[in-house]
Design a protein around this ligand. Sequence first.
Ligand code: DQA
Length: 145
Amino acid sequence: MKLLFLNGPNLNMLGIREPDIYGRQTYADLETYIRSFCGELGVECEILQSNHEGVLVDAIQGAYQKFDGIVINPAAYTHTSVALLDAVKAVGIPTVEVHISDVSRREDFRQVSYIRLACCKTIAGYGFRGYRLAAEHLLANERKD
Ligand code: DQA
Protein backbone atom coordinates (compact mmCIF):
# COMPACT_ATOMS: atom_id res chain seq x y z
CA MET A 1 0.00 0.00 0.00
CA LYS A 2 1.19 3.47 -0.91
CA LEU A 3 0.02 6.49 1.10
CA LEU A 4 0.37 10.21 0.44
CA PHE A 5 0.61 12.44 3.53
CA LEU A 6 -0.31 16.06 2.88
CA ASN A 7 0.04 18.93 5.32
CA GLY A 8 -1.33 22.40 4.78
CA PRO A 9 -0.31 25.93 5.73
CA ASN A 10 1.69 26.75 8.85
CA LEU A 11 2.30 23.12 9.76
CA ASN A 12 5.94 23.76 8.77
CA MET A 13 5.93 26.01 11.87
CA LEU A 14 5.19 23.14 14.27
CA GLY A 15 7.34 23.46 17.38
CA ILE A 16 7.24 27.25 17.09
CA ARG A 17 3.58 28.02 16.47
CA GLU A 18 1.21 27.99 19.46
CA PRO A 19 2.97 25.19 21.36
CA ASP A 20 0.14 25.08 23.90
CA ILE A 21 -2.11 23.85 21.12
CA TYR A 22 0.21 21.98 18.76
CA GLY A 23 3.02 20.87 21.08
CA ARG A 24 6.77 21.40 20.91
CA GLN A 25 7.65 18.80 18.33
CA THR A 26 8.73 20.17 14.96
CA TYR A 27 7.58 19.44 11.43
CA ALA A 28 10.80 17.47 10.92
CA ASP A 29 9.81 15.36 13.95
CA LEU A 30 6.42 14.74 12.34
CA GLU A 31 8.07 13.56 9.10
CA THR A 32 10.39 11.24 11.04
CA TYR A 33 7.42 9.84 12.96
CA ILE A 34 5.41 9.22 9.78
CA ARG A 35 8.33 7.48 8.03
CA SER A 36 8.93 5.35 11.10
CA PHE A 37 5.37 4.06 11.57
CA CYS A 38 4.96 3.54 7.81
CA GLY A 39 8.05 1.33 7.96
CA GLU A 40 6.50 -0.63 10.84
CA LEU A 41 3.19 -0.99 9.00
CA GLY A 42 4.90 -1.99 5.75
CA VAL A 43 3.41 1.01 3.95
CA GLU A 44 5.21 3.09 1.32
CA CYS A 45 4.83 6.82 1.87
CA GLU A 46 5.38 10.25 0.40
CA ILE A 47 5.07 13.37 2.52
CA LEU A 48 4.44 16.92 1.38
CA GLN A 49 3.78 20.19 3.20
CA SER A 50 2.71 23.35 1.42
CA ASN A 51 1.42 26.76 2.38
CA HIS A 52 -0.25 27.02 -1.03
CA GLU A 53 -3.70 25.69 -1.81
CA GLY A 54 -2.95 25.07 -5.50
CA VAL A 55 0.14 22.99 -4.67
CA LEU A 56 -2.04 20.77 -2.48
CA VAL A 57 -4.66 20.50 -5.25
CA ASP A 58 -1.90 19.50 -7.70
CA ALA A 59 -0.59 16.90 -5.26
CA ILE A 60 -4.05 15.36 -4.84
CA GLN A 61 -4.56 15.26 -8.60
CA GLY A 62 -1.06 13.81 -9.04
CA ALA A 63 -1.96 10.98 -6.67
CA TYR A 64 -4.55 9.64 -9.12
CA GLN A 65 -3.76 5.98 -9.93
CA LYS A 66 -0.48 6.28 -8.01
CA PHE A 67 -1.55 6.16 -4.35
CA ASP A 68 -3.96 3.88 -2.50
CA GLY A 69 -4.81 6.41 0.18
CA ILE A 70 -4.33 10.01 1.28
CA VAL A 71 -3.87 11.30 4.82
CA ILE A 72 -4.42 15.04 4.82
CA ASN A 73 -4.21 17.74 7.44
CA PRO A 74 -5.42 20.68 5.37
CA ALA A 75 -4.82 23.01 8.35
CA ALA A 76 -6.63 26.35 7.77
CA TYR A 77 -7.77 25.24 4.29
CA THR A 78 -10.00 22.73 6.07
CA HIS A 79 -12.35 25.56 6.87
CA THR A 80 -12.26 27.40 3.54
CA SER A 81 -11.33 25.19 0.62
CA VAL A 82 -13.91 23.86 -1.79
CA ALA A 83 -10.99 23.30 -4.20
CA LEU A 84 -9.43 20.67 -1.91
CA LEU A 85 -12.82 19.02 -1.42
CA ASP A 86 -13.36 18.86 -5.18
CA ALA A 87 -9.85 17.50 -5.76
CA VAL A 88 -10.40 14.61 -3.33
CA LYS A 89 -13.78 13.91 -4.94
CA ALA A 90 -12.19 14.04 -8.40
CA VAL A 91 -9.53 11.41 -7.73
CA GLY A 92 -11.76 9.12 -5.65
CA ILE A 93 -8.85 7.98 -3.47
CA PRO A 94 -9.80 6.94 0.10
CA THR A 95 -8.82 9.93 2.22
CA VAL A 96 -8.63 10.53 5.97
CA GLU A 97 -8.75 14.05 7.43
CA VAL A 98 -6.41 14.59 10.38
CA HIS A 99 -6.05 17.45 12.85
CA ILE A 100 -3.46 17.61 15.59
CA SER A 101 -5.73 19.63 17.86
CA ASP A 102 -9.30 18.84 18.83
CA VAL A 103 -10.97 21.28 16.45
CA SER A 104 -14.41 20.42 17.88
CA ARG A 105 -13.42 22.26 21.07
CA ARG A 106 -12.05 25.37 19.36
CA GLU A 107 -13.50 28.46 17.64
CA ASP A 108 -16.78 28.38 15.72
CA PHE A 109 -15.07 28.94 12.38
CA ARG A 110 -13.11 25.71 12.90
CA GLN A 111 -16.33 23.70 13.14
CA VAL A 112 -16.75 23.82 9.35
CA SER A 113 -14.78 21.31 7.30
CA TYR A 114 -15.36 21.19 3.57
CA ILE A 115 -12.97 18.32 2.93
CA ARG A 116 -14.73 16.13 5.49
CA LEU A 117 -17.53 15.62 2.95
CA ALA A 118 -15.12 13.61 0.77
CA CYS A 119 -13.25 11.78 3.57
CA CYS A 120 -13.91 8.28 4.88
CA LYS A 121 -12.82 9.32 8.38
CA THR A 122 -11.82 12.35 10.47
CA ILE A 123 -9.34 12.08 13.33
CA ALA A 124 -8.80 15.14 15.54
CA GLY A 125 -7.19 15.77 18.90
CA TYR A 126 -4.72 12.87 19.00
CA GLY A 127 -1.62 14.91 18.20
CA PHE A 128 0.89 13.27 15.84
CA ARG A 129 -0.65 9.88 16.67
CA GLY A 130 -3.65 10.86 14.53
CA TYR A 131 -1.54 10.36 11.40
CA ARG A 132 -0.79 6.79 12.42
CA LEU A 133 -4.44 6.10 13.28
CA ALA A 134 -5.35 7.43 9.82
CA ALA A 135 -2.82 5.15 8.09
CA GLU A 136 -4.06 2.17 10.12
CA HIS A 137 -7.64 2.94 9.09
CA LEU A 138 -6.68 3.08 5.40
CA LEU A 139 -4.69 -0.15 5.73
CA ALA A 140 -7.57 -1.96 7.43
CA ASN A 141 -9.95 -0.81 4.71
CA GLU A 142 -7.63 -1.30 1.76
CA ARG A 143 -9.44 -1.76 -1.54
CA LYS A 144 -8.77 -5.08 -3.19
CA ASP A 145 -9.63 -4.08 -6.77
C1 DQA B 1 -5.22 22.09 12.44
C2 DQA B 1 -6.47 22.82 12.93
C3 DQA B 1 -6.82 23.97 12.00
O1 DQA B 1 -7.99 24.63 12.47
C4 DQA B 1 -5.69 24.98 11.95
O2 DQA B 1 -5.99 26.01 11.04
C5 DQA B 1 -4.38 24.36 11.68
C6 DQA B 1 -4.05 23.04 12.24
C7 DQA B 1 -4.75 20.99 13.40
O3 DQA B 1 -3.93 20.18 12.99
O4 DQA B 1 -5.19 20.95 14.56
O5 DQA B 1 -3.52 24.98 11.05
O6 DQA B 1 -5.53 21.47 11.20
